[in-house]
Design a binder for this molecule. Structure first.
Ligand SMILES: N[C@@H](CCC(=O)N[C@@H](CS)C(=O)NCC(=O)O)C(=O)O
Length: 243
């Protein structure tokens, strides 16, 4: 049995972290039994969520965990899928588009107060301002270190638009990122796109993603493959409760 540690559901999604959403999607898609416990980054091996307890080991990093499960459960894909394309688009979404999302969640003064109250609102007042300011500073430093945070906002938006355009083109040509069948790469891409398209926290990238209507159809296609109410319920109606 696997225990998945991640933050609580938020903004109408099972998780506001795309990496947590991706890993949970993968476990559900592969019907690998797991339970969920609330976890915070500092408890994980890499100071990030998600992390898992698996066979008496604590493992971190969603991709490392998925690679390990693919190996241990002997998960095989059919011939003919373009796994290199899947790998490249996973990098595009997780290591570039994700950071644009972080920018517009944490640095844009329209989204920030909503995010702040949702993430930190439960912390008792005397320490809350200190923790909030530390966390936002960390986010700003991370964005600066990654590089996007050094650019003017309009450039970040254009870069994200270029990513979404490339994804949209690929997913017009093929139903899933590697071709005709879903792979774990779709869990990554679906999880990031869900944050832009289906999240109650609207950011500037929400509008940019809406310029590519086939991305919403792709989200629905992957949700249907996940095959559970967890993924397919229309969360925009507020009807969803995480299992
Ligand atoms: N490469 C990691 C990335 C995980 C990650 O960045 N998680 C974020 C939440 S979306 C986190 O824990 N951030 C807390 C921090 O950086 O202190 C994975 O795939 O699991």
């Amino acid at each position: 049995m696997i225990t998945l540690f991640q933050p609580k559901p938020m903004f109408g999604l099972p998780n506001a972290s795309p990496y947590c959403l991706k890993l949970e999607a993968f476990l559900r898609w592969q019907e690998i039994p797991f339970t969920i416990q609330e976890g915070l980054p500092f408890q994980g091996p890499f100071n990030k969520v998600p992390f898992v307890d698996y066979n008496a080991e604590r493992l971190g990093d969603s991709s490392l965990i998925i690679d390990r499960l693919i190996q241990d459960k002997n998960i095989r894909y059919p011939e003919g899928l373009d796994m290199a394309i899947g790998h490249a688009f996973q990098r595009l979404t997780e290591d570039h588009l994700y950071w644009a999302m972080v920018y517009f969640r944490w640095m844009d003064n329209r989204a920030w107060p909503i995010l702040r109250d949702a993430f930190f609102g439960q912390i008792p007042f005397p320490v809350r301002p200190f923790i909030v300011s530390k966390a936002r500073k960390q986010a700003r430093n991370a964005l600066y270190g990654q590089g996007l945070g050094r650019l003017p906002e309009s450039f970040i938006l254009e870069r994200a638009r270029a990513d979404l355009s490339a994804l949209s083109q690929r997913l017009t040509e093929q139903p899933f990122v590697c071709g005709q069948q879903m792979t774990h790469y779709d869990c990554s891409i679906w999880a990031v796109l869900s944050q832009l398209v289906n999240c109650e926290l609207k950011i500037q990238l929400t509008d940019v993603a809406a310029e590519f209507p086939n991305l919403k159809l792709y989200i629905e296609r992957v949700s249907a493959q996940l095959g559970t109410q967890w993924a397919s319920t229309d969360r925009s109606q507020g009807a969803f409760v995480a299992a």
